[in-house]
Design a protein around this ligand. Sequence first.
Ligand code: 2IT
Length: 449
Amino acid sequence: MNAYIESVISNVRAKHTSEPEFVQTVEEVLSSLSPVIDAHPEYEKADLLNRIVEPERMFTFRVVWMDDNGAYHTNTGYRCQFNGAIGPYKGGLRFQKNVYPGIIKFLGFEQIFKNALTGLPIGGGKGGSDFDPAGKSAAEVMRFCQSFMTALYRYIGPDIDVPAGDMGVGGREIGYLYGQYRRLKGVWENGVLTGKGLSYGGSLIRPEATGYGAVYYLQEVLKHEGDTIEGKRLAISGYGNVGWGIMKKAAQLGAKVTYFAGPDGYIHDPDGVTGEKLDFILKMRAEDPMHCKPYADKYGVEFVPGAKCWGVKDVDIYMPAATQNDVKMESAVKIAQSGVKYYIEVANMPTTNDALNYLRQQKHMIVAPSKAVNAGGVGVSALEMAQNSERLVWSAEEVDEQLHRMMENIHRVSAEAAEEYGLGYDLVAGANIAGFKKVATAMMEQGVF
Ligand code: 2IT
């Protein structure tokens, strides 16, 4: 590896010993960049890499809220404005018990390169809170969101920083957050948040965009291999918004999700999740997000408790779409041994670095990285911002068409970047290189700061 990259990675390791997820993503991205740093000595001269791993700004804030019994609770809110070189900071808010600076920073760092890959003018950011939405009433969630936005609203805006949802933050939470922003600022600036409801400036297709985009990207990979999506069987983890979008788009295109995993185990439905089963999943998730077993009870299919579906042989494609570090070395070995060719990451950093490198070394496999595959979500968020600033609403067909073209483009620029540096069809390195080069160019042109 390039010596400058090694020195930056060791700086990050030394400085962030208590933030392993952040160290992990820095190692993953930077280890792809050797040929670029070799070819561009000006980056080292400007010490660009030590700058790019340092957030432009990151802050915490106190979020106090009252529960339905009148008791007070205090949580920590976070916003990391990681890199604004190519546009306003953009990235989701995650509300989850395990949120701490290492999670926010890893997601923010990934977001920089993902957002660059969309081809749209959005910088990288992320935020959230250690608030645990599990078991909270709607009124409690509303009070939490109002308190969260009261602390945050001065530091965001349509041209400053545009949050959206992530785990624990969906349309309902965005609505409460937007209502509070509007009340405090007294302006109609709905471009301050994305993932909004359709009644106040949300974009058609945004809820489905990450899953749909992932399937469009998969189609490009299959096309590259002289293959098509028809008849393909998919094993996924997660059946949240993203997993659900994958199920629906796969079904539309003649493929099917035959395995999906939840927190309590995995489901095997050889007929695929199609038709009214898609509606059942929505209902099941709304009633109890921790259990997918009711699906097996309802449709009389196999449920394997406490296990993940990594390693099943009767599928064509694996798509981890649940959360970070879902696939560790042990699962990666099973995946490689299954003989399945395609490993398409969807969730942010779903694979540990050792497992990802192991899978990339498998000659029979093609591995695609989440920062490219899931970029359609934030890409459609950028289209939502465009609609808000135009005061227009685009049709579902228009947005879907643009999403499709965006995903074709992301796959193409990733493949071309890898090719340019003699790496062959390496989609992981290609995505890192293409995303990095865009941001690096903008940073260089804007001078040292
Ligand atoms: O991980 C992600 O890209 C998101 N959670 C979506 C971010 C966005 O601004 O739509």
